[in-house]
Design a protein around this ligand. Structure first.
Ligand code: SAM
Length: 212
C-alpha cells in the first residue's frame, strides 16, 4: 500500500494530536502518552488503521500504537480517528528499522504484523518484517511474556517466516494456513483492510503466533 505525495499529509501528521511527533523521546515512558497505564501492543505496518481501530475499541484495557512508514497512508488512519477518537490508540510515522531507538527493552507486550510487504527478491529478504534482523529487534523490545502475531495470504512469506522464527529460536505457539476455517484461531479475529480484500478473492489467510 503506497499512496504517494498526498498534498498536506506531512503537515496533517505534524499537527495531529493522535500522532506522536518525537517517538525517540518517549523511549521507556510510553505509558505517559495514554490516560491509563496498561499493556502496550503495537502494529508494525498498520496501513490505514482499520485493524487497530477495531482492536482499540474492543480492548479498552490495552494501549495501542500503530507504526506506519508513509505519511500518505497514515493520513487515512488519522482522518478516521478524527471521526471516532479512541483514547487508547496513537500513531507513529517511522521506519520499523528504528524500533530499538523508540522502545525500551521489554516495553512492548505484543507485536502485530498484518499482511507485511513480501519483498519477493532474495536480496531484499532482510527488509521483510519477519526476517531474522527484524526478529532480533522484536526480541529486544518485547516483554518476557511478549508475543508476536503475524497474518498474511502470502504462502511463500509465511514459509519464510516460519523458517526465520525457528532459526532465531522462537517458539511457535499457534499456526494455521487457513485462519478463517480454523475453529480455534478464528474466534475473535479482527480483519485488516488487506485481509478483507484478499479473503474476498478466495485467498486463504495464514496466521502464526510466536514467543521466546
Ligand atoms: N497492515 C495493513 C493491512 O493488513 O491492511 C497494511 C498492509 S500493507 C501491505 C503493508 C504496510 O506496511 C504498508 O502501509 C507499508 O508502508 C508498511 N511498512 C512496510 N515496511 C515498513 C517499515 N519498515 N516500517 C513501517 N511501516 C512499514
Amino acid at each position: 500500500m503506497r499512496l504517494r505525495n498526498i498534498p498536506g499529509a506531512d503537515d496533517a501528521i505534524l499537527n495531529s494530536a493522535y500522532c506522536i511527533q518525537n517517538p525517540k523521546e518517549q523511549k521507556g515512558n510510553w505509558q505517559s502518552v495514554f490516560p491509563s497505564a496498561q499493556p502496550l501492543h503495537i502494529e508494525i505496518g498498520m496501513g490505514k488503521g482499520q485493524f487497530l481501530m477495531r482492536m482499540a475499541a474492543a480492548h479498552p484495557d490495552v494501549n495501542y500504537l500503530g507504526i506506519e512508514r508513509y505519511s500518505s497512508v497514515l493520513l487515512r488512519a488519522l482522518q478516521k480517528m478524527e471521526l471516532v477518537p479512541l483514547a487508547n490508540l496513537r500513531f507513529i510515522c517511522m521506519d520499523a528499522a528504528e524500533l530499538t531507538e523508540v522502545f525500551e527493552a521489554g516495553e512492548v507486550s505484543r507485536i502485530y504484523l498484518n499482511f507485511s510487504d513480501p519483498w519477493p527478491k532474495d536480496r531484499h529478504a532482510r527488509r521483510r518484517l519477519t526476517s531474522r534482523q527484524f526478529l532480533e529487534r522484536y526480541n529486544q523490545i518485547l516483554s518476557k511474556e511478549g508475543r508476536l502475531e503475524f497474518k498474511t495470504d502470502n504462502q511463500d512469506l509465511f514459509t519464510f517466516s516460519l523458517a526465520e522464527l525457528s532459526e532465531a529460536g522462537w517458539r511457535l505457539d499457534a499456526c494455521t494456513r487457513d485462519l478463517h476455517h480454523d475453529e480455534v484461531l478464528s474466534v475473535g479475529n479482527i480483519m485488516t483492510e488487506y485481509e478483507e480484500k484478499f479473503s474476498s478473492k478466495g485467498n486463504a489467510i495464514c496466521k502464526l503466533t510466536a514467543s521466546r
